[in-house]
Write a protein that binds this ligand. Structure first.
Ligand code: GDP
Length: 179
């Protein structure tokens, strides 16, 4: 746990940063954020829109967003994506039915969030029937995005226990260091 916090601090400690956590309902966003923020004093702001929650940890602003795919909200997405350094897309790896909706979200991110680096957490890897990161990558055609200027990384994890979250953060750190 302390390892996660110190890793987050080593990435985001000194300046103001904006990180967006998106995903469909039930993907595990809240659990993931809880893992990041446990044992820290957290300031939460009232919900900006019905499904956006902002949490501030030191100087890092986390916007957590349930994406229902509503067209009306899409027009506002730009507002939140602007200046975001990282977008964390959380996927419920057991939910095959929602994968098409996730693909839609992913495509939208690819088009509208070009300046951000995207970390995809393939969550719920502790479940027997979860899809592997390879399966999910193929579904999202991540490999087809190889030459795209958009930087992404997929990491399997379990947000309930925090398992393999540090590996994802490691990628963010290496990327933040390069830039
Ligand atoms: P959110 O709607 O995206 O914020 O999702 P939540 O964090 O509220 O999680 C939705 C449900 O999935 C809750 O019942 C969590 O306990 C469960 N959950 C979240 N992450 C995991 C995980 O890694 N493994 C398992 N087995 N369940 C998880």
């Amino acid at each position: 746990m302390g390892q996660l916090i110190s890793k987050l601090m080593s990435i985001f400690g000194k300046q103001e940063h904006k990180v967006i956590i998106v995903g469909l309902d039930n993907a595990g966003k809240t659990s993931l954020l809880y893992q990041f923020l446990t044992n820290e004093v957290v300031h939460t702001c009232p919900t900006v829109r019905s499904n956006v929650e902002k949490t501030v940890l030191q100087k890092t602003h986390f916007f957590m967003w349930d994406i229902g795919g509503e067209e009306a909200l899409r027009s506002a997405w730009n507002t939140y994506y602007s200046n975001a350094e990282f977008i964390i897309l959380v996927i419920d790896s057991t939910d095959r039915d929602q994968l098409l909706a996730t693909v839609e979200l992913y495509k939208m991110l690819a088009h509208e969030a070009l300046d951000a680096s995207v970390l995809i957490f393939a969550n719920k890897q502790d479940m027997k029937d979860s899809m592997t990161t390879m399966e999910i990558s193929q579904f999202l055609t991540l490999s087809a995005m190889k030459d795209h200027p958009w930087h992404w990384h997929i990491q399997g994890c379990c947000a309930l226990t925090g398992e393999r979250l540090p590996a994802g953060l490691q990628w963010m750190q290496s990327w933040a260091t390069v830039n």
